[in-house]
Write a protein that binds this ligand. Structure first.
Ligand SMILES: [Zn+2]
Length: 381
């Protein structure tokens, strides 16, 4: 299954293992940087590491058997399907005890790792999805218009339009009455074509809800076309593409991705800056793992802001599921806490459960000086 929807993360995050443990397996399968043989070796190494770690886990027989079956199935996948895997990344989520198995084709390479845990390890997916925006790349020409969807580094044609706009004729001289009349006639046709195109853009927006709109057209059309756009679309218009009549999909995609990267970097810098400003004026924000976990536990977080790849060991309470860095006993329930490999991942899960927005910032950033993690709060502290 291709990974491209936030709903997929919510489904995986919501998966209940009911007393079993789950296996999450991530592999970098990017063939632009490594050979098939190297990928096969990485797979084998990761698989062996998983088996070794599993052997050392102190678990009930039922739990261990379920994980062993997961590993067997992953091993079979490696032998049978890995060489034909075309995506840049592979994620496998399994829980044999619950008859659960899902393979995901990832748009970019993840870090190789395997996690055995009560919940499926979805954090790399949330981080990955946060890198992309739903983009509509719209190409407007004299007689034609084409709309493409660009998402997770892929491009696909959404729709196209062809109008009858006569080509410019200048018979009878530039000054001639006849020529002026023809020009006006052509302008009216062109204006109609633009109006149809802007209406269709809005229809496509209503259906596809893209975040950003990029337009490619002749410079001289910009000032005629832009005012025709619906206000919602003007808000989303984030850039102009350089195109000519024979722009290939590849060329459009390349430009759109460059623009996306640039806008995304600006967006992340602005996000980090607004968090820092809020912190400095003592407003509705906290920073640092300890404070963020405390606010997550008490449902006060509005948006969680994380540095990509930031991880830390921690503890959770099996009873109230509160998250801690080092409490041996839950101060609320007085129950002994359990160790978790990555408390930052647990915080993402808690955020998804509570329908809290999770945003990422790529290091280095202003967030580095604030413990690499922060949160906007619902209320002032
Ligand atoms: Zn507790």
């Amino acid at each position: 299954m291709k990974f491209n929807l936030p709903g997929q993360i919510r489904d995986l995050a919501g998966f209940k293992s009911d007393g079993f443990l789950t296996t999450s397996f991530y592999l970098d399968t990017d063939k632009s940087r490594q050979t098939k043989k190297e990928i096969a070796v990485s797979f084998k190494n990761l698989f062996t590491e998983g088996r070794t770690r599993l052997g050392a886990l102190d678990l009930s027989k039922a739990k261990k058997d379920s994980l062993l079956q997961d590993m067997d199935k992953i091993g079979r996948f490696g032998a049978q399907s890995l060489s034909a895997w075309n995506a840049a990344g592979l994620a496998i989520f399994a829980c044999a005890g619950q008859r659960f198995w899902q393979e995901l084709a990832l748009p970019r390479a993840p870090r190789n790792h395997i996690v055995f845990d009560r919940s499926l390890y979805v954090r790399p997916l949330t981080s990955m999805l946060d890198e992309y925006r739903h983009i509509c790349a719209f190409l407007l020409d004299r007689q034609e218009a084409r709309w493409y969807e660009v998402f997770t580094r892929e491009i696909s044609l959404l729709d196209s339009l062809k109008s009858e706009v006569p080509s410019r004729v200048r018979e009878g001289g530039w000054q001639g009455y006849e020529s002026k009349r023809i020009e006006r006639h052509i302008d009216a046709h062109l204006h109609d074509h633009f109006k149809k195109a802007s209406q269709k853009t809005f229809d496509l927006f209503k259906r596809n809800q893209f975040d950003w709109l990029f337009i490619g057209c002749k410079e001289e059309y910009r000032s005629d076309f832009e005012p025709l756009l619906h206000p919602y679309l003007k808000e989303r218009l984030k850039g102009w593409l350089k195109t000519d009549s024979n722009s290939t999909e590849d060329k459009i995609l390349k430009q759109a991705l460059e623009l996306e990267r640039k806008l995304k970097a600006e967006e992340e810098a602005a996000l980090a800056q607004s968090l820092v400003s809020e912190l400095e004026k003592g407003g509705r924000a906290v920073s640092g793992l300890k404070e963020v976990l405390r606010k997550l536990n008490t449902w006060e977080v509005q948006t969680l802001v994380l540095t990509r790849l930031f991880a830390a060991a921690g503890k959770t309470c099996p009873k109230c599921h509160y998250l801690y860095i080092d409490e041996v006993r839950c101060p609320v329930c007085q129950v002994k806490t359990e160790n978790v490999q990555d408390i930052v991942h647990e915080s993402v899960h808690a955020a998804l459960d509570k329908k809290i927005q999770v945003r990422y910032v790529t290091p280095p950033s202003k967030l580095d000086r604030y413990g690499k993690i922060g949160a906007f709060l619902k209320y002032k502290t």
